[in-house]
Each structure stands twice: as C-alpha cells, then as structure tokens.
Design a binder for this molecule. Structure first.
Ligand SMILES: Cc1cc2nc3c(=O)[nH]c(=O)nc-3n(C[C@H](O)[C@H](O)[C@H](O)COP(=O)(O)O)c2cc1C
Length: 180
C-alpha cells in the first residue's frame, strides 16, 4: 500500500475477527517499529506480544478492571502488544532535562505509529490503548522499576469499518512564517 493511502484509510479498530494473526505479520509490524527514529538513537522501547489466548486473557483481566473497564473491548483482540518504555540513554535524558520535554515518549509514539501503519498495510486493524492499569501491567510482566508499559496496542483482522474521525482543518494547525 502506498504510504499516503495507508495514512488516509487507517482507522482505530475496536472489533476484530476471531482469526489469529500470523506471527510473520506481527514480526513485520515490529520490524517497522524497530526502524523508527529516536532522540540520540536511544530506541527506548521494547514490545511484549500477547498472542497466547490464556496469557492475554489473564493480562486483560488484570489491566482492564475498575475505572479501566471501558477498555475491556480490547480483551477480544487476537493480539495485544504492550509497548514498554525506559527513560532513554544518558544523553537523551540530559536533553529531556534541558528542553523540559520527554523525548522517550515522543520516540515511543513514533515507533508505535510505524507499527500500526505497517499493520494496516498488511490488512490488520489496530487501536492504541492508553486507558489501562499500567502498574498492574508492569507487575504482570515483572518489569524492573525503570521500565513502564506506556501503552497497549490491540491488533487483529478488522470486523468493522469505522468512519473517519474528524480532524482539524489545515488552516487551524498550519502557520507559515509567523504564528497567528
Ligand atoms: C496515545 C493514544 C491513546 C489512545 N487511547 C485509547 C484508548 O484508551 N481507548 C480507545 O478506545 N482508543 C484510544 N485511542 C484511539 C483514539 O481514540 C483514536 O486514534 C482517535 O479517536 C482518532 O481516531 P482514528 O484513530 O480512527 O483516526 C488512543 C490513541 C492514541 C494516539
């Protein structure tokens, strides 16, 4: 699929076919993420793929409880990918401090966008999930203290074709030569 076509047609998909996702397709998505740019090339990401139904079910039971129950729809996705962050390397962390920004989160966003665009390119739907219990997710995977599950990505063959969500008009977000 041509890049702009993928960008134009991609949607967040929240209903999936039961059909399992081939490991090769998952690996290709992860390869797209691996090649993403990052501040100081620090690559502050790791991905944990949940495609075993029992493990995925136990995980979802943990992380989509209580106030996070609105995200329970994701339990039915054939694959959940947990995107794990660390705070980047020393130079990148110095950059965070001086610039007062969190470059590792920017990096994460880019890698995950690579992943979901490659998913779409292969006929797979996906949805970012920011609303889940990250502490319970870290405990589930026994993550060390410097690592965090930043967000989850649901993945699978789509069982719905969502309409495009509204976007700002170009005039509302683009400025040439001055801010007004
Ligand atoms: C960082 C991030 C977190 C998100 N978290 C959730 C979420 O917790 N639950 C959900 O249903 N959708 C979530 N979304 C999906 C957005 O709702 C969706 O991208 C937005 O409404 C635009 O729709 P589209 O992706 O179909 O273009 C998230 C998206 C991003 C980028």
């Amino acid at each position: 699929m041509e890049l702009m076509q993928a960008i134009l047609t991609r949607r967040s998909v929240r209903k999936y076919q039961e059909k399992p996702v081939e490991r090769e397709k998952i690996e290709s998505c992860l390869e797209a993420a691996r090649l993403a740019p990052s501040a100081c090339n620090s690559q502050p990401w790791e991905f944990i793929v949940l495609d075993d139904p029992h493990t995925k079910e136990s995980f979802c039971r943990e992380v989509f409880g209580a106030v996070y129950a609105i995200s329970k729809w994701a339990s039915a996705a054939p694959v959940i990918i947990a995107a794990v962050s660390d705070k980047g390397n020393f130079v990148s962390r110095m950059g965070n401090f001086i610039r007062r920004t969190e470059f590792y989160l920017v990096d994460h966003g880019i890698a995950c966008e690579h992943l979901i665009l490659r998913a779409w390119d292969q006929g797979l739907g996906s949805c970012w999930i920011g609303w889940f219990n990250a502490d319970k997710a870290a405990r589930f995977f026994n993550l060390p203290a410097n690592k965090k599950v930043e967000h989850l990505l649901a993945l699978g063959y789509p069982a719905e074709t969502p309409n495009a969500r509204p976007r700002k008009k170009a005039e509302e977000m683009v400025h040439y030569n001055q801010y007004k």
